[in-house]
Design a binder for this molecule. Sequence first.
Ligand code: NAP
Length: 254
Amino acid sequence: MLDYQAKKDLLQHKIILVTGAGDGIGRAAAISYANHGATVILLGRTQAKLEAVYDEIMARNAPEPVIMPLDLATATENDYQHMARLVTLQFGHLDGLLHNAGLLGSLMPLEQLPIATLEQLLQVNVVAQLALTQALLPVLRQAPAASIIFTSSSVGRKGRAYWGAYAISKFATEGMMQVLADECDGSSVRCNSLNPGATRTAMRAEAFPAEDPLTLKTPEQLMPLYLYLMGDDSRHENAQAFSAQPKRPASHLS
Ligand code: NAP
């Protein structure tokens, strides 16, 4: 599916919520989904970045997106319920949810990982994902076919020294996807995970400051798989772990 060619109207009339839509991969996904006809709900914590994505989508004459500022580190159940009510009132259904927002945290041995640091990272990378999913499942069920994509990582599929809280959060993400996918099996909602692989973003630069970013794929280059999993061509996929790039050699970890 890495060379999937999406039809221009693949996502026409679809309503898709993207978390972390202001930067990096989430930004590219939001723009790409809008370019393929979707009305995108841009969720993120930095209003100015969301507004820039909004402007870019409008400049492309794509459907007008909706800005939804929310800090996943501090959002409460009330915030999620309020958001779900807004989506229901404005659109009546939700066709797609891309869980993309995430934190890297510090790379260090598990022995030294402060528990408070682990808890903060799990709040954004895991707890918020479940809370958001719980709130949105009723409106996702109103769509004829809905796709939930969980963003994973290579270190969420095989543990690696020093990736501590981040790796734990991505294993939890894979687990959440599998449990939810099993619960949704046979229903109109499907769930899959997607490992983008090493990608030219701020998070990657934080993890590998000495790396030449030009050796990495851009977020835009990964979009065929993001489009495939969001569009109806993937209706039969459930509980699968996808990768947007072939496995890299150990000297080029992602
Ligand atoms: P990024 O450039 O750092 O973007 C992360 C996005 O998440 C930003 O828009 C950020 O908002 C948002 N975010 C962070 N904390 C948030 C919070 N508390 N509330 C709401 N939004 C929040 O990272 P990326 O590289 O695009 O990563 C996207 C996803 O891919 C992540 O789940 C990451 O783990 C995964 N991934 C990335 C790579 C890679 O090589 N880049 C590899 C494997 C997996 P602000 O812009 O406001 O900070």
